[in-house]
Design a protein around this ligand. Structure first.
Ligand code: AP5
Length: 207
């Protein structure tokens, strides 16, 4: 968990690779559906471009399919989900049906100024969705597929402000909910280099 731009995708990908498990990132799944032009992608687009959350039933339907798949049998990492208390309740019911549980929550803590700085310089590949780090890579082509990089529509400053508000209104209560539950919550500082943050997460998970 963590606010927009906290590094969930960056750290989640490293952690999933380290453990050899799939990473289910609701934002990535929605963008993929949008690129493919599916009904789900078209429905999600207007919410995403405005910095609003996609309706809970859409998200829960998508995640039910992922978590019930064989690929998830050996464990999985959730990135950007659950994001509302209704999603927590839906996830709880789903996990109970599947006889599974969440081992731990990692929450990345990053100051708003750093978030605005990171998101204003983030570029993504319009074709495959690869995230390019800020700086040197900005004006180059995607290193995976060779297509052009562009700014995510929801990384415009006004939309980032709205996403931060939505995080505080809708998602911060999710963290509070988990803090009152038996699931361990590890708050990790998301500042500094990607490697430093990864090391902090590994240490926090080990405890
Ligand atoms: P989503 O794609 O999940 O967006 P987000 O939560 O706002 O998170 P971001 O992807 O912007 O950031 P991140 O934390 O993954 O950071 P990243 O690693 O990329 O969701 C988008 C939209 O989809 C939502 O607004 C909503 O509409 C919808 N949606 C998704 N899930 C939903 C749900 N469950 N319910 C309802 N709606 C949902 O890093 C950011 C940048 O910083 C990158 O450029 C990266 O290279 C750089 N960076 C990372 N780490 C560092 C570091 N340590 N130092 C310097 N730069 C760094």
């Amino acid at each position: 968990m963590g606010p927009p731009g906290a590094g969930k995708g960056t750290q989640g990908a490293l952690l999933a690779r380290r453990h050899g498990i799939p990473r289910y990132a609701t934002g990535d799944l929605l963008r993929e559906a949008r690129r493919e032009g599916t009904a789900l992608g078209r429905e999600a687009q207007r919410y995403m471009n405005a910095g609003e959350l996609v309706p809970d039933d859409v998200i829960l339907g998508m995640m039910r399919e992922k978590l019930s798949s064989e690929e998830a049998d050996g464990g999985f990492l959730l990135d950007g989900f659950p994001r509302t208390v209704a999603q927590v309740e839906g996830l709880d019911a789903l996990l109970s049906d599947l006889g599974r549980e969440i081992d731990a929550i990692v929450s990345l803590e990053v100051a708003d100024e750093e978030i605005v700085r990171r998101l204003s310089s983030r570029r993504v590949c319009a074709e495959c969705g690869r995230v390019a780090s800020a700086g040197a890579e900005c004006h180059e082509l995607c290193q995976d597929c060779g297509n052009g990089l562009k700014r995510r529509a929801d990384d415009e400053p006004e939309t980032v402000r709205r996403r931060l508000e939505v995080y505080r209104e809708e998602t911060a209560p999710v963290l509070e909910w988990y803090e009152r539950s038996d699931t361990p919550v590890r708050k990790v500082c998301g500042g500094g280099s990607v490697e430093d943050v990864q090391a902090r997460i590994i240490e926090a998970m080990a405890s």
